[in-house]
Design a protein around this ligand. Structure first.
Ligand code: PGA
Length: 268
């Protein structure tokens, strides 16, 4: 399976000028590294206001552009102040969107109902979705990880019954939906689970998805949470880990491309 390395820029960088500088260095490193990242699909997710700039500059390169979120209310237009729809982010050049990041679940109270709407809107507008799941420190300490994942992955089971997938092949869903396992306690903290723990959790996620519909092909499951240039090799070495969702280390081209190179090397 092809590996994915996705940079989640969150609410960064501060200015359009800084966005262009980050792109300058990313594209310079990507140019020299493109043969060494052939097994690895790269994608970056800037904030909404920078989507058009970033996607225009990525045209003609192998790097994709994703939104970090889309409106739950409508896939196109409407009276939803402050929201950006799937249609609008697609028009700005995004081909994917991250959904259900723990920061959105925490600060915006995103529920499974919200996420099922967003997933349907994304697919209606032909956007792929990177659905984030993962347990908090408290849940990890109480050994509730798998129970939390059951609850969060239930949206995929619901999605399978939605009209947007009518007449669609399950193969195409696996091409347009990626799961990112991000333990909340590992995000931005420098703390990481062991590779064995992530491997077991990814196996559980893959089994759970397969149990929803036995005809579904295997979904890509990425790991996210304090991935950096030093630990990427160890995660990339596990066949259950199909890539990385990277926050802090995605804001420097050297570390982002080093992570991409680690996955490329391991999956070649
Ligand atoms: P981090 O963030 O790499 O800075 O831990 C990952 C994420 O939030 O997606």
């Amino acid at each position: 399976m092809q590996a994915w390395v996705i940079g989640n820029w969150k609410q960064n960088p501060a200015t359009n000028n800084d966005v262009n500088k980050l792109l300058d260095s990313l594209l310079a490193v990507n140019d020299t590294a493109s043969t060494s990242t052939a097994q690895c699909q790269l994608m970056v997710a800037p904030s909404c206001v920078h989507l058009a700039t970033v996607s225009a500059r990525l045209q003609g390169t192998s790097m994709l552009c994703a939104a970090q979120n889309i409106s739950a209310h409508s896939d196109s237009t409407g009276a939803y102040t402050g929201d950006c729809s799937a249609q609008q982010v697609a028009d700005a050049g995004a081909t994917w969107t991250i959904l259900g990041h723990s920061e959105r679940r925490q600060y915006h109270r995103e529920s499974n109902d919200t996420l099922i709407s967003k997933l349907c809107h994304a697919l209606t507008q032909n956007l792929g979705a990177v659905l984030c799941v993962g347990e908090t420190q408290e849940q990890y300490d109480a050994q509730q990880t798998f129970a939390v994942l059951d609850e969060q992955l239930a949206v995929v089971k619901d999605l399978l019954t939605q009209p947007v997938l009518e007449g669609d092949s399950s193969l195409s869903l696996a091409e347009r939906l990626i799961i990112a396992y991000e333990p909340v306690w590992a995000i931005g903290t420098g703390k990481v689970p062991t590779v064995a723990e992530v491997t077991a959790t990814h196996a559980y996620i893959k089994q759970t998805l397969a149990s929803f519909d036995t005809s579904l092909p295997e979904f890509a499951v990425l790991y996210g949470g304090s991935v950096n240039a030093d630990n990427a090799d160890s995660f990339a070495g596990s066949p259950m880990i199909n890539g990385a969702l990277v926050g802090g280390a995605a804001l420097k081209s050297e570390s982002f491309m080093a992570i991409a190179a680690a996955f490329n090397h391991a999956k070649a």
